[in-house]
Structures are given as structure tokens and as C-alpha cells.
Design a protein around this ligand. Structure first.
Ligand SMILES: [Fe+2]
Length: 374
């Protein structure tokens, strides 16, 4: 098993750990090891983390504009603040900022140069670097699993802020790391989980995520010229533009107009190039969705008054095609006098129903799911 955690011993850092299956009778952490670490971007405000990506040779995590205040957590018992009170989204004011770099023709004479007014009272000056609420970009942090070292730490991979719970898959292609995520433009999705919204009579509408593909060049690009797109994977419209300051600004390829979250793929393709994504979508998490990342075609299964859970793909016996198999999902049907819970089985190729089994009991609604062979 591989995982990532936050370590506060010495320099605060994200640490990727590998935990092999223990020998009989041995402690589960007997052979556990830290493969590599990367320091927090902001030492007292690490990112909110829900998942990470892993390919054959690399780990990747998204250091999001949503952070957790360590100080807030430490004092939360006294201040009676909740975990969500300690979360801070650093990108809300972007639309209110004037981006000088976008106006190269702007006359220098019309600009107010603070450095030319040394007598100006410091109190009256807005120090951008001291405004914690200023927009911040997301950072991709890549660690080489063979060396434990961060890839290109001095020329970081930036992207406009987005919020993500779930990585879909990560793989290597032609010297790049392809990182697919289910992403939201901001953190509003978290608000839908507040108790007052969950208890509300009115059903909460979930914001629709976008299936994004970021393509991160792995080579050292110190010699590239500014403005150059470093992505050379032919089939992808994702870009990674070298900036004047050496950083790389990454933009994504949208893999489908159909959004989904709680993604699942054929497990045999994890960490490898793949084609099909399955997930749950719709305004009320009421649709099962399949996306072909190659053709961008999508399929949707839905039923009146029914919520779905994360679908799980099970390959058919002797299957060779990636989508040859069954897609399982738990259904929650809002019927009276009691809710009905079913296990649905779809043909993953066509997203049509093969059958369903109704449970004798009504289960409370859950979203994640897993399948265990026995
Ligand atoms: Fe999750």
C-alpha cells in the first residue's frame, strides 16, 4: 500500500510512504518506509489533501489553494473552531485583481511607483505579500519513487486554482507525467456537506466537476525559452508554458463535457495509459457516467428518484478489452413507505442494465464503494 501524510517533525513536509503486506504475525508497519518527502509550500498552512496520483515511477500531489491552518487546529479546542473553520481558500479574490502583466502596453508614466515615494507612510501602503487572501495557484509536487527526490523543485509546476477530491489515474508518456483529476473551480462543493444543508428538506445541488488532464513535462527545462509550450505529447491539448521567472504554468485538457466524481477505472490500468473512466455525476449524484478519454464520447445511466454510489468496474472472465466487464453500483431509491437499496449490475461496454438485487434492508446513503473478491 502507498499513502501520503503530513509530517511535522523538523521541516514540515508531505511524506510518501510504502507499506508492504506484512509477514504472518508481523506488525503491519514492520517493513513500512518513507519513500520521499517534499516540504510544505507554506509551513504553517499545508494543503487540504484527499488523494494523490501514482505512476510506475512517480508520486504526484496537488498542493491546492485550499489550506489547513495548523495553528487553527492546535487552538481549536479553546477557540471551539471546527476543522472546516480552519480551512482557507486562497483564490477567491482573483477576479478583483488587476494583472499588470496582461497589459504590456500600459504607460509607465501612469503607474504609481511605490518605490519612488520613500516618505509614504508604511501604514497606508497595501503590501500584497502580506495579504493572505490573495489568489494563489495550485502546485503539482512530483516525487521520483526511485530516488525519493522531488522533480524540478526550483522551477515548479503551477496551475490556476482548482479544488479536487479525487485523482483518477496518473501515468507516464513520452517523458511526461499525465495527471487526470476530477476538479471543481472552487471549494463550494464542501459547503454542500454542512449539516444544515444535509438536513435541509430541499435537495442540495452539487456543483459539476470537470474531468481534467494535466500533462507535466518531466525533463529539466532550465534551458527552455519563456513562452515555450513544453508539452510534446501529440494527442493532448494540455499545455505547460515556461514563464519568465522559470516557473511552468500548466493548463488542462478537458476530457469530456460530461462531469463526474468518485471516479473508478479498470484496476489493471492503474498507473498506466488507459481509456475509460467511470463515475457518479449529476446535480444530485444520481447518474452513472462512463467517459471514453480517446473519443470524448460519454454514456449516462439514470433512473427517476434514484441516487447512485461510486461505480466499481469488474473485468469479465478472460477479458482483453479495457471495458469488457461489469459495472457495479449501489442504488438508493427514494420510495415510500421506505427507501429501497439495490445492487445494480451494468454492462460496462454499453452502460445498459444486466440485472439488480434488492436488499432486505434500507442502507443509509453512502458514496464511496469497493469490491472484494472472495
Ligand atoms: Fe473520497
Amino acid at each position: 500500500m502507498h499513502n501520503v501524510g503530513k509530517s511535522y517533525k523538523g521541516t514540515p513536509k508531505y511524506s510518501f510512504v510504502k507499506i508492504p503486506v506484512p509477514a504472518d504475525g508481523k506488525d503491519v508497519y514492520d517493513k513500512a518506509e518513507v519513500v520521499g518527502s517534499v516540504p510544505f509550500r507554506w509551513s504553517k498552512n499545508p494543503t487540504y489533501l484527499h488523494s494523490f496520483g501514482m505512476s510506475e515511477n512517480y508520486y504526484v500531489l496537488v498542493e491546492q489553494a485550499l489550506t489547513v491552518s495548523v495553528l487553527g487546529l492546535m487552538t481549536s479546542r479553546i477557540s471551539r473552531e471546527t476543522y472546516s473553520d480552519c480551512l482557507k481558500w486562497h483564490a477567491t479574490e482573483k477576479q478583483n485583481l488587476f494583472d499588470i502583466d496582461k497589459y504590456p502596453s500600459l504607460s509607465e508614466q501612469n503607474l504609481f511607483r511605490i518605490d519612488k515615494h520613500p516618505s509614504l507612510s508604511q501604514q497606508n501602503v497595501l503590501r500584497i505579500d502580506k495579504c493572505a487572501s490573495l489568489p494563489q495557484q495550485n502546485l503539482f509536487r512530483i516525487v521520483d519513487r526511485r530516488t525519493g527526490q522531488e522533480v524540478n523543485p526550483k522551477t515548479p509546476y503551477l496551475a490556476d486554482p482548482f479544488f479536487t477530491f479525487h485523482h483518477i489515474n496518473t501515468y507516464e508518456e513520452e517523458g511526461h507525467l499525465v495527471v487526470d483529476v476530477s476538479a471543481y473551480p472552487d471549494k463550494k462543493i464542501l459547503d454542500t456537506f454542512y449539516l444544515k444543508n444535509v438536513k435541509s428538506e430541499q435537495r442540495e445541488v452539487y456543483p459539476e466537476p470537470t474531468i481534467r488532464r494535466y500533462v507535466l513535462p518531466l525533463a529539466t527545462y532550465s534551458k527552455a525559452t519563456s513562452g515555450q509550450n513544453l508539452v510534446t505529447v501529440k494527442e493532448s491539448s494540455a499545455s505547460a508554458i515556461k514563464q519568465k521567472n522559470g516557473q511552468v504554468l500548466c493548463d488542462y485538457e478537458k476530457l469530456s463535457d460530461q462531469g463526474l466524481d468518485f471516479p473508478h477505472i479498470n484496476d489493471g490500468r492503474l498507473g498506466k495509459k488507459y481509456r475509460y473512466i467511470y463515475g457518479a455525476g449529476g446535480q444530485y449524484i444520481n447518474k452513472l457516467v462512463k467517459i471514453d478519454t480517446l473519443t470524448k464520447q460519454s454514456w449516462v445511466w439514470e433512473e427517476e428518484g434514484t441516487y447512485v454510489a461510486e461505480p466499481v468496474f469488474i473485468p469479465g472472465p478472460g477479458a482483453t478489452d479495457e471495458d469488457d466487464g461489469a459495472l457495479l453500483s449501489v442504488l438508493y431509491k427514494m420510495t415510500k413507505p421506505r427507501h429501497v437499496t439495490c445492487l445494480l449490475v451494468l454492462d460496462a461496454r454499453t452502460m445498459t442494465e444486466l440485472g439488480r438485487a434488492q436488499f432486505d434492508v434500507s442502507l443509509s446513503r453512502d458514496i464511496h464503494a469497493c469490491f472484494v473478491w472472495s
